[in-house]
Design a binder for this molecule. Structure first.
Ligand SMILES: [Zn+2]
Length: 476
């Protein structure tokens, strides 16, 4: 039986059918194997391990089950392993996006009234497939109704990247996630809240309740809106959101679960209040001063970078069809600050991660976020790659006991790491174009193949876990 597993061009139903076929075929051949742990051996690859500046030339990587068992510059003996000849490509960790909104298609407003949660879920399934196809095997979701989906992915029911979900984001009345109507009365149910995308909370008690609700249902960290935003109607950019007491209360809930809070914040006042409250990751940060960057460095606060959104999309906000005039003006202001802020962040060596915040038409070019950060700011492909591999994994580690993936490490090609592996054409340490989707030839997550343009006959592929016939009919 010979097959290319899945040359995914974009349509998940076709892909799913192919994956099921491939996986069923694999299962039949697997019954003939002995009971030794399943192995996959990658040969003829140059390895970027997620950390080092130099590639391991002509190396080999052995995967056993869902973990990496060996990484070597020498040939590895594994006679029973499935072989994947990398044909000289670069083998590297699956990419990590640290700011996804998997359920959001065209901005937050779209799901206020036009679609229901079934539609959001259907959209999310295609978005997750798209991340995998681009080589992103892990995302940290920065807010939407994602907790059930994360659970379904972990159970193997639907194909998707590993998800570190925040659940619904927390925002105050009139905050960045307030998508109510002008004529709403205080306390009227926010439509996005009804869709479980976010929670409008005021005061310590409400804020703590929402945070606890997320964590009870599997959130790995809490996301709050700590200041004005661009894609929202009621909050001017200069606004600071949540009092220090409210922020501290939310951080306290997170810390009681052994995890942390990430905050959407743009300017000095929001960011410094967030730092005062013990928040550990700032999303966006576009309008802060160098002094605040230095304080972030001193306090070990990480920065989640959105290069495409701030430098490209907001550089031409007229092209964003779902923004009104006010939102377009805010985007222009953010664009003016982002370049300088990112240069300071590089200068002061902040712990930086890549968080695309991309959805809708931008979702399909997630790698651009890493490439733009390099081309416009960092001029250092090694640093840019680390923001989406080992640096990202370091920040994911802030989730502590709430991290659902404790069996292995993420973001690195190392012994004991999760077998989240991509093969790309070219050397990304020299030319980042190598990580664009068209150059991503092979994607493995948790030891299973999700995309392969290589001859990988009989390699273990993802198979949706579903009710088995025997669950209903026994051995009839
Ligand atoms: Zn966001």
């Amino acid at each position: 039986m010979s097959k290319k597993l899945c040359s995914v061009a974009g349509f998940s139903m076709l892909w799913l059918a192919a994956a099921i076929f491939a996986a069923l075929s694999f299962n039949q051949s697997a019954t003939a194997q002995d009971n030794a742990p399943r192995q996959v051996l990658f040969t003829n690859v140059n390895i970027f391990n997620g950390v080092d500046r130099a590639l391991i030339k002509n190396g080999s990587v052995l995967v056993e089950g869902n973990l990496i068992k060996a990484v070597s510059a020498q040939p590895i003996k594994a006679p029973k392993a499935f072989k994947v000849d990398g044909e000289g490509r670069t083998l590297m960790p699956g990419l990590i996006d640290m700011h996804s909104h998997l359920c959001i298609r065209n901005g937050m407003i779209e799901f206020r009234g036009d679609y229901d949660q079934m539609a959001a879920g259907a959209y999310t399934a295609t978005a997750m497939q798209d991340y995998l196809d681009q080589g992103f095997t892990t995302v940290r979701d920065a807010g939407c109704n994602i907790l059930g989906i994360a659970k379904a992915v972990n159970k193997g029911i639907v194909p998707g990247p590993r998800i570190f979900p925040s659940g619904g984001f927390l925002s105050q009345t009139g905050g960045h996630a307030d998508t109510g109507f002008f004529n709403d009365r205080p306390g009227d149910a926010d439509k996005l809240e009804a869709a479980l995308f976010g929670y409008i909370v005021d005061g310590k008690a409400e804020a703590m309740k929402a945070a606890r609700h997320n964590l009870r249902s599997g959130a790995t960290q809490i996301k709050i809106m700590a200041g004005g935003g661009v894609a929202s109607e009621f909050d001017p950019l200069h606004m600071t959101q949540f009092s220090l007491e409210e922020m501290k209360a939310i951080v306290g809930v997170a810390e009681d679960y052994g995890t942390y809070v990430m905050a959407h914040a743009y300017h000095d006042r929001s960011v410094n209040r967030a730092i005062d409250a013990g928040i550990r990751v700032i999303e966006h940060n576009f309008l802060v001063s160098e002094k605040t960057i230095i304080r972030m460095k001193e306090k070990g606060v990480a920065l989640s970078v959105q290069a495409v959104m701030s430098l490209q999309a907001f550089g031409n906000p007229q092209a964003i069809t779902f923004f009104n005039a006010d939102q377009k003006a805010k985007a222009t202001r953010v664009n003016s600050g982002a370049q300088q802020m990112l240069e300071w962040a590089v200068k002061h060596d902040l712990l930086m991660v890549t968080g695309g915040d991309m959805f809708g038409p931008d979702l399909v070019r997630q790698a651009d976020n890493i490439i733009w950060f390099n081309d416009k700011v960092a001029n250092n492909p090694h640093l840019a790659l680390k923001t989406a591999t080992s640096n990202a994994a370091e920040v994911l580690g802030f989730s502590g006991e709430m991290n659902p993936y404790k069996e292995g490490t993420l973001g690195k090609i190392e012994e004991g790491g999760y077998a989240d592996i991509i093969l790309v054409d070219g050397n990304p340490l020299e030319k980042l174009e190598a990580i664009r989707r068209k150059n991503v030839h092979f994607v493995m997550k948790d030891g299973l193949v999700y995309k392969s343009w290589l001859p990988t006959e009989n390699a273990p592929a993802f198979q949706p876990a579903g009710p088995k016939r025997d669950d209903y009919f026994g051995n009839l």
